[in-house]
Design a protein around this ligand. Structure first.
Ligand code: FES
Length: 157
């Protein structure tokens, strides 16, 4: 499931920590970047690779919203709905997305390009409302900005 080179990277991640348990998050990121989500098979693989209990890996996957256990769109729109974003318009963000591409939280477009996810505070409260698209933050969102962003992502394909 990982290439030789990726396994070397796993060793490098492990070398930063006193126990393999601490390396779980980094290896989960690697896995998700490669496969798009963390499958049950992936959990078993990572547990064996790091010699930690599967329940521990599953616990990390289910605790953090950045990990996904199901296939997601190429562009993951993670809309923060925590307090600052909620007060400053997360409903508008979700409605604009729904109007534009027809999907809401937990859904994916038929072409697999977009999926929408609800996120807890992403640490960007001062620029609410915001969402992340994969690893990029998009802040101070307005309907215009959201529509432009989605058009740009569609154009990239
Ligand atoms: S409440 Fe949305 S980033 Fe903090």
């Amino acid at each position: 499931m990982f290439t030789e080179e990726e396994l070397k990277h796993v060793d490098e991640i492990k070398s930063h920590y006193p126990t393999n348990l601490s390396a779980v998050m980094g290896v989960l990121h690697m896995y998700q970047d490669k496969y798009g989500y963390i499958s049950d098979e992936g959990i078993t693989f990572i547990a064996k690779l790091l010699d930690v209990p599967e329940e521990k890996v599953l616990g990390v996957v289910t605790f953090y919203e950045m990990y996904h256990q199901h296939k997601t769109g190429k562009y993951k729109l993670q809309v923060c709905t925590n307090v600052s974003c909620m007060l400053r318009g997360s409903d508008m963000v979700l409605k604009t997305i729904k109007d534009k591409i027809g999907i809401g939280i937990g859904e994916m477009t038929a072409d697999g390009l977009f999926s929408v996810h609800e996120a807890e505070c992403l640490g960007s409260c001062g620029t609410a409302p915001m969402m992340s698209v994969n690893k990029d933050y998009h802040e101070n969102l307005t309907p215009e900005k959201i529509n432009e962003l989605i058009d740009a992502l569609k154009a990239q394909g």
